[in-house]
Design a binder for this molecule. Structure first.
Ligand code: S3P
Length: 432
């Protein structure tokens, strides 16, 4: 296992083009895989997760040519996809496994989807139960709760389903399954989560209506049109630099071209509420998404409460927001975030353990964390572990920027899952 050794730099400066959004990159591949024809995707995220999606769609007969962040994808269309000849390996990627299971459940053919040890330990009943209710033939370990998942594709019935968890992966899996169904699908309940699936399917001509209470998808009467797009910068990646700049005493960092879709900007709202010196400029619309440049400077942060409707808007940013909270003045309470227990690691447990090692006062709860902010930057240098979780590796890197002494991070390379150039960018902004 590799180990990275870090010490706090004297300044942080720079403009960072954060890599393409992970959720949008996955969807750009998967949705173009069901359209007949070619599409060009630029600023694609070449992180390990999205490369898993490319590997899987290639196994379905889709042609994908990639050069760095430029992708040309050509598909024979949903009805001409072929049955994969081997296991579909989704690697570490929950989005690949869940969305593809939905997609394959609703069309003829047999497939088995699997992944690494972390992915095989994550709960899948959340997609398997509602997909089965719509007619899907699915099986897996623990009565379908754990991958490998076996899918015998079939024609889905429409119907209605109230989502019990605010999960874009579950929502998207159901919508994809219903594309080839025999009646409309109506989703209600906790539909407020990232909405890239809804936006992109609509842009491709799929008949889909969205109200605050429900989403209705009408089965395809003709194939979706290919959608060429430039992927906006990933706010979940930019958040590491926002927190780094807010915490460091001599910092100014700009992240440019970041997706500002309101379902993704919870971390900006929280940092503002904590007192961060943060400005957004050059707001513009690109394709189906609002983007802009975000600049953060050294700030005095105060504790806050992160709960309720905010949680799905910042779920992936909680590890780094917890680092911010540990340095802020006063207590931060994170509630309603039990979903953290079902991520790449149990992030309530792993974040709490790492912060305690850094000398912070943290109490893990059933659905979140209570963090007693120190009001100073007195983390102590220590040996931290990523546990193979990309967002932990990067959150600990941010903590190391405001730590006395030396920090080491075990298995830092897993940052590649969502941020291939993270460590190079860190070197660039600290050597100024
Ligand atoms: C994602 C949805 C979220 C998020 C994940 C990506 C997506 O997961 O944590 O990183 O692209 O749909 P859930 O749907 O499980 O909340």
């Amino acid at each position: 296992m590799t180990i990275r050794t870090l010490t706090a730099p004297s300044r942080l400066r720079g403009t960072i083009h954060v890599p393409g959004d992970k959720s949008i990159s996955h969807r750009a591949i998967m949705f173009n895989a069901i359209a007949a024809g070619s599409a060009r995707i630029t600023n694609f995220l070449p992180g390990a997760d999205c490369l898993s999606t490319i590997t899987c769609v290639r196994a379905l007969g889709v042609e994908v040519q990639r050069e760095a962040t430029d992708v040309l994808i050509t598909s024979p269309g949903l009805h001409a996809l072929r049955e994969p000849g081997d296991l579909l390996d989704c690697g570490n990627s929950g989005t690949t496994l869940r969305l593809l299971t939905g997609l394959l459940a609703g069309r003829p053919g047999f497939a088995v989807l699997t992944g690494d040890a972390s992915l095989r330990s994550r709960p899948q009943r959340r997609i398997v139960t509602p997909l089965r209710a719509l007619g899907a033939q699915l099986d897996g370990r623990d009565d379908g709760d754990r991958a490998p998942l076996a899918v015998r594709g079939t024609r889905m019935h429409g119907g209605s389903y109230a989502l019990p968890v605010a999960s874009a992966q579950v929502k998207s899996a159901l919508l994809l399954a219903a594309l080839g169904g025999d009646a409309p699908l109506v989703l209600s309940g906790k539909i407020a989560s990232r909405d890239h699936t809804e936006r992109m399917l609509q842009a491709m001509g799929v008949e889909l209506t969205v109200t605050p209470e429900q989403i209705t998808l009408y089965p395809l009467t003709r194939l979706p049109a290919p959608l060429s797009l430039r992927v906006p910068g990933d706010p979940s990646s930019a958040a590491f630099w926002w927190v780094a700049a807010a915490l460091h005493p001599d910092a100014e960092l700009t992240t440019s071209g970041v997706c500002l879709n309101p379902t993704r900007t919870g971390a900006l709202d929280v940092l503002r509420a904590m007192g961060a010196d943060l400005t957004i400029t050059h707001e513009r619309v690109e394709g189906s998404e609002l983007i802009g440049d975000v600049t953060v400077r050294s700030s005095s942060l105060y504790g806050t409460e992160i709960a309720g409707a905010l949680i799905p808007r910042l779920i992936d940013e909680i590890p780094v927001l917890a680092v911010a909270a540990a340095c802020a003045h006063g207590r931060t309470i994170i509630r309603d975030a039990q979903e953290l227990r079902a991520k790449e690691t149990d992030r309530i447990a792993t974040v709490a353990a790492g912060l305690v090692d850094l000398g912070a006062t943290v109490e893990p709860t059933g659905d979140g964390l209570v963090i007693e902010g120190r009001g100073d930057l007195a983390f102590r240098g220590t040996a931290l572990q990523s546990h193979g979780d990309h967002r932990l590796a990067m959150a600990w890197a941010v903590a190391s920027l405001v730590t006395r002494g030396t920090t080491t991070i075990g298995d830092p390379d897993c940052a590649d899952v969502s941020y291939p150039n993270f460590w190079q960018t860190l070197d660039t902004i600290t050597q100024v």
